[in-house]
Design a protein around this ligand. Structure first.
Ligand code: HOZ
Length: 425
């Protein structure tokens, strides 16, 4: 497969942007070689600037649950563009999307629309601190909540992939009120609350982790999160940027039967446009300015094009309910990948929740960062490159989940399994 044009474009990009990318997750730092430069998306596929076609399991790192260029989403975006691209004033379109979010997610009574997952988590943390009058925030090693200074500590995703889980530039002042615990360690959480409970404003967590690969919380851990925060007057922030409208229409909270005080959303909720949101109990959300006094603002917040894409996407998900089919398709891929790895004699474990999944090059089930960090990353890199050469576009890190879309077919999945078998040999 030739990618000469891709290499040319990327060489130019490196002279213009640090590392040639606008987000380090896209650099192939952990797998070697140059990133593929994309020309366009079509349903479940990406086509690069050399004309090569790939089955896409990155899906823009999650948002494109309907596949690329869904007819109705594209039509909604075109119609919105024709009415103006930004007004910086209230619109009916904001109500429409806010209403969809509030009806989908039981724990969200009021919502604020913003532009990125980072902005959503940053604002939710500020609100939690403003509401409780406390400073400390608990997060879990290997969870990633965007590049918020105070949360860029023991962070997953590209921060872990590229070796900066604690980034330079984050001052000790910013991170001194962040307490890092191990995911799925219920006792650790109980101990932290018994020692520092009165100082803890919030616990933020990924209800299904996607940013150290796909990792599932135990029932015991979920129960401890709710009990400890409730008993000690701290807020539970469920970071559903990756899982919201992805693992179920009502997100991980619906799927796992949990309820947070605040929820952060991004990715699917914006239908592929820069859009995110945070919301939760009305009495907490009303602490935001202009009702309350916690500050957060944004020129492009609730942008009409982004809200059009988001609302169209959610309406399709609500009306067409692709989740049962996504479950079947994803389970077929899980079984096929696992069988291919077993047949090739590769030590592995595989974790899946709905249409997000990770094949870990680790014989043990991965339940926390300690275990995730022990994966054979060299082997992952060889597998990644083998799949890419065969036209399968996977996340370029062992510490990211792959995603399926409603546009994927059984034939795509079977082709992926066949190419995995060849790549794993
Ligand atoms: N949140 C994304 C992956 N976990 C990162 C996407 C990006 O940085 O481009």
């Amino acid at each position: 497969m030739s990618r000469s044009r891709s290499d040319e474009v990327f060489a130019a990009a490196q002279t213009l942007m640090p590392g040639g990318v606008n987000s380090p997750a896209r650099a192939f730092g952990a797998v070697g070689g140059n990133p593929v430069v994309i020309d366009r998306g079509e349903g479940a596929y990406l086509i690069d600037v050399d004309g090569n076609r790939y089955i896409d399991y990155v899906l823009s790192w999650g948002p494109m649950i309907l596949g690329h260029c869904h007819e109705k989403v594209s039509a909604a975006v075109h119609a919105a563009v024709d009415r103006g691209t930004s007004y910086g004033a209230p619109t009916e379109a904001e109500n429409r999307l806010a209403e969809l979010i509030v009806s989908a997610m039981e724990s969200v009574e009021k919502v604020r629309l913003v532009n990125s997952g980072t902005e959503a988590t940053m604002s939710a943390i500020r609100l939690a601190r403003g509401y409780t009058g406390r400073d400390v925030v608990v997060k879990f090693a290997g969870n990633y909540h965007g590049h918020v200074d105070s949360l860029l500590v023991a962070a997953g995703s590209s921060a872990a992939t590229l070796g900066v889980p604690d980034s330079p530039g984050v001052t000790s002042g910013c991170s001194q009120d962040t307490m890092v615990l191990a995911y799925n360690d219920s006792q650790g959480l109980v101990d932290a609350f018994s020692e520092q409970g009165e100082r803890i404003a919030a616990v933020i967590f990924e209800p299904v982790v996607g940013n150290m690969g796909c990792v599932i919380p135990s029932d015991e851990f979920l129960a401890a999160l709710r009990q400890q925060t409730e008993a000690q007057g701290a807020l539970l922030i469920v970071d559903e940027v990756m899982t919201g409208f992805r693992v179920a229409y009502g997100g991980a909270q619906e799927r796992l039967g949990i309820r947070g005080d605040l929820t952060t959303l991004g990715k699917v909720v914006g239908g592929g446009l820069p859009f995110a949101a945070y919301g939760g109990r009305a009495d907490i959300m009303d602490h935001m300015l202009p009702v309350g006094s916690v500050f957060q603002a944004g020129t492009l917040s609730g942008n009409p094009i982004a809200t059009a894409a988001g609302a169209a996407t959610l309406e399709i998900l609500r009306d067409e309910d692709p989740y049962p089919r996504l479950e079947e398709l994803s389970s077929r891929l899980e079984r096929g990948l696992s069988a291919a790895a077993t047949d090739a004699g590769v030590d592995h474990s595989i974790t899946r929740v709905g249409s997000m999944m990770t094949l870990f090059f680790n014989p043990d089930p991965v339940t926390c960062w300690d275990q995730a960090s022990r994966c054979d990353k060299e082997h992952f890199a060889r597998y990644f490159r083998g799949q890419l050469e065969r036209g399968v576009y996977l996340p370029c890190s062992q510490y990211e989940a792959l995603f399926l879309s409603a546009a994927h077919t059984e034939a795509d999945v079977d082709a992926t399994i066949a190419s995995a078998a060849a790549a794993l040999e």
